[in-house]
Ligand binder design. Structure first.
Ligand SMILES: [Cu+2]
Length: 494
């Protein structure tokens, strides 16, 4: 039998040859792949136990298997809930070093964040599956294997993980099945506020009946806004390109920033830390819903392709333990179609799809911030530390561009940072939120230097504020958490 080293070198040589045949300089451009052995601890202790088991390439099921139907967690019947609870209990009961053990499986996510798995062909460049075009794809692959392992543990080939339907009015709190403190689905670090309400981004309130209705409406508006910000462009939807050996965080999808991150940071202590979030079984249901949003987006009719054709995207690969205890290399091109992976999401009405973006009256906000118009174009001193709200007039290009770019966002990856982005007209009127930037806390024993950017589609908000024909708009960056820990290099519209 060939050793892992022979296989790895042969696979790497084949990948280089393939790139050369395509006319791509392999030194300049290659898809990300994972070193099967090297994983750096970085103080997180989430690297898997070393394994020299031969790696096999992913193959979809050769025999037809029952389609797994992922359903909203708050609608599971007693039988389905019991199955799920039992599967997680069995996962928790496995020996600590078993690849299917609950902590081992949780740590898979942690090891794919900054400071864990090393990229193949490098000594110490680690992979980070957040803040780039691999956010949706890696999590889809992770859930795929996780679901099959659970199904195997309870001997049910049709077992499907539930999704946390936080984008529906009935699903905007921690689902009942996760609340029993004797259940395998419980996690003791959740915040009491999350039992009433799941905040998708900036929808604070005291959770009383009157306020709760407003908060839920706000959530629907957040959903609409973030989907609109992401949906007009494939590259905006997925996020920035991460190629082999590339630095982390080239830019996260608007959907990753919100609703994904606010759900993490407002649910509980474990959920709010990237390295520990997998310790809460809610993580799986949360990311199942994020994955569902990708599937919904793909289903929206449109002229442009919904897949990035770049081979560095499609041929990127990740390693997982599967339900047969094989170590499998799965490529991004294998996870594009959920049906080919044997699962679908139950159809649920999307109330947020047609709701209107909220336009706020800006007069009172301006008075509160003691800011006067007109704002000089580009007069802000970039790079700018976001200690307080910053406003800048931004020119649109001759084609009246509709992509807003916040560039050179610089921070220490260990810090939790959140700022909101608003647009308004130069000559007054209301303002509308275009999006937000949220970076979740990471644990590391050393600084994680990050320079990233944010791209958001603003066609929808431009229309809402009545600025379709304007040559300039006002952009406001409003810090919410950790503004003094982040600098912004510039704001432009392309
Ligand atoms: Cu997440």
């Amino acid at each position: 039998m060939a050793s892992w080293g022979t296989i790895t070198r042969a696979a790497a040589a084949a990948a280089v040859l393939l790139l050369m045949l395509r006319g791509i300089d392999p030194a300049a451009s290659a898809p990300v792949s994972i070193d099967p052995i090297n994983c750096l601890d970085s103080g997180l202790k989430c690297c898997p136990p070393p394994s020299y088991k031969e790696i096999v390439d992913f193959k979809p099921d050769s025999q037809p298997t029952p389609l797994r139907i992922r359903r909203p967690a708050h609608t599971l019947d007693a039988e389905a809930a019991q199955k799920y609870e039992k599967a997680i209990a069995l996962m928790r009961a496995l020996p600590r070093d078993h690849p299917w053990n609950f902590i081992q499986q949780s740590n898979v996510h942690c090891a794919y964040c900054s400071g864990g798995h090393v990229q193949l062909g490098t000594k110490n460049v680690t992979i980070e599956i957040h803040g780039s075009w691999h956010f949706f794809t890696w999590h889809r692959a992770y859930l795929y294997f996780y679901e099959r392992i659970l199904g195997k543990l309870i001997n049910d080939a049709s077992f499907a993980i539930p999704f946390w339907n936080w984008d529906d009015l009935a699903g905007m709190s921690i689902p009942t099945i996760y609340r029993d403190n004797t259940s395998s689905l419980f996690n003791p670090t959740r915040y009491p506020t999350a039992l009433n309400f799941t905040n998708l981004g900036g929808c604070e309130g005291d959770g009383t009946p009157g306020s709760l209705d407003k908060q839920k409406l706000c959530n629907l508006q957040v959903m609409h806004r973030q989907f609109a910000a992401a949906s007009n462009s494939t590259s905006i939807f997925f996020g920035g390109a991460l190629r082999a050996g590339g630095g982390s965080f080239p830019g996260g999808s608007p959907i990753e920033n919100s609703p994904h991150s606010p759900v993490h940071v407002t649910t509980g202590a474990d959920m709010s830390q990237i390295s520990k979030s997998g310790y809460d079984p809610l993580f799986i249901a949360h990311h199942s819903n994020v994955d569902r949003l990708w599937a919904i987006w793909e289903g929206i009719p449109g002229k442009s392709s919904k897949v990035i054709a770049d081979p560095d995207f499609l041929d990127a690969s990740f390693l997982f333990w599967d339900e047969n205890l094989e170590r499998v290399r799965i490529r991004v091109r294998d996870v594009i179609d959920p049906r080919k992976l044997g699962y679908v999401y139950q159809d649920v009405p999307l109330k947020w799809m047609d709701i209107k973006t909220r336009v706020e009256d800006e007069t009172s906000i301006l008075q509160a911030q003691d800011l006067a118009r007109p704002y000089p174009v580009g007069k802000l001193n970039f790079p700018l530390r976001l200690r307080s709200a910053a406003k800048v007039n931004v020119r649109r290009t001759a084609s009246r561009g509709e992509t807003l770019v916040v560039s050179d966002i610089e921070l220490d990856g260990r810090d939790y940072v959140w700022f909101d982005i608003y647009v308004s007209r130069v000559d007054g009127g209301g303002r509308a939120q275009a999006g937000c930037f949220i970076h979740m806390e990471r644990r590391s024993d050393k600084k994680i230097p990050i320079i990233t950017k944010m791209q958001i589609g603003i066609a929808d908000v431009i229309k809402q504020i009545g600025a379709a024909a304007d040559d300039q708009i006002v952009v406001t960056l409003e810090p919410k958490v950790g503004g003094d820990k982040v600098t912004v290099g510039g704001v432009s519209i392309i």
